[in-house]
Design a protein around this ligand. Sequence first.
Ligand SMILES: [Mg+2]
Length: 211
Amino acid sequence: MSFDIVCFDCDSTLSKIEGIDELARREGLGEELVKLTDAAMNGEVPLEAIYGKRLDLIKPNRVAMEWVAELYITELVDGVTDVFAELAKHNKVVHIISGGLLPAILPLAKLLNVPETNVHAVDVYFADNGDYLGYETDSPLAKNGGKAAIIKSLHAPNLVLIGDGKTDLEAQQTGAKVIGFGGVVNRKLVRENANFFVADKNLTAVLPYIL
Ligand SMILES: [Mg+2]
């Protein structure tokens, strides 16, 4: 099966980190918030139940955002740059669809030559001095069902999404196929429900399913 449009989740798929969890740790907010993220990715609680709660506690400012943006890049999953080079060679249209924070993900997207218009994530607002003002509360990506909404808006009949979590499986509601990536976190729910599943630590293992 060959796909024209290839979408990637970001956290625990392109990068080994969960950005919001790293921001929480940086603020000393520790494991409680990490457990919340994991519960959402395992489908135990809806994403919207935890999204605002985490950010209201962390209040990530501009400096924190730049810090985590760098971490996304240093913790890149093995094979990611090879995968994006190969997709470009085959003229595939690539999108990043993430429930993470847009300013943290854009530098990684730039590194992978993904145009800004193809990066879908939750925006964050700052005051002039860099203080955190809030997030894009009406973003579909801060809720369950958001990835399906973004994929619908792309109007692409032949689309595949690669991701590690419960919210990535939602792409199937649109008729898209999902490749579960278990190279960072191997989740039973995804292993059992994705159209294909790859447990390899190197992302290049997904290429045979895409090209
Ligand atoms: Mg993920």
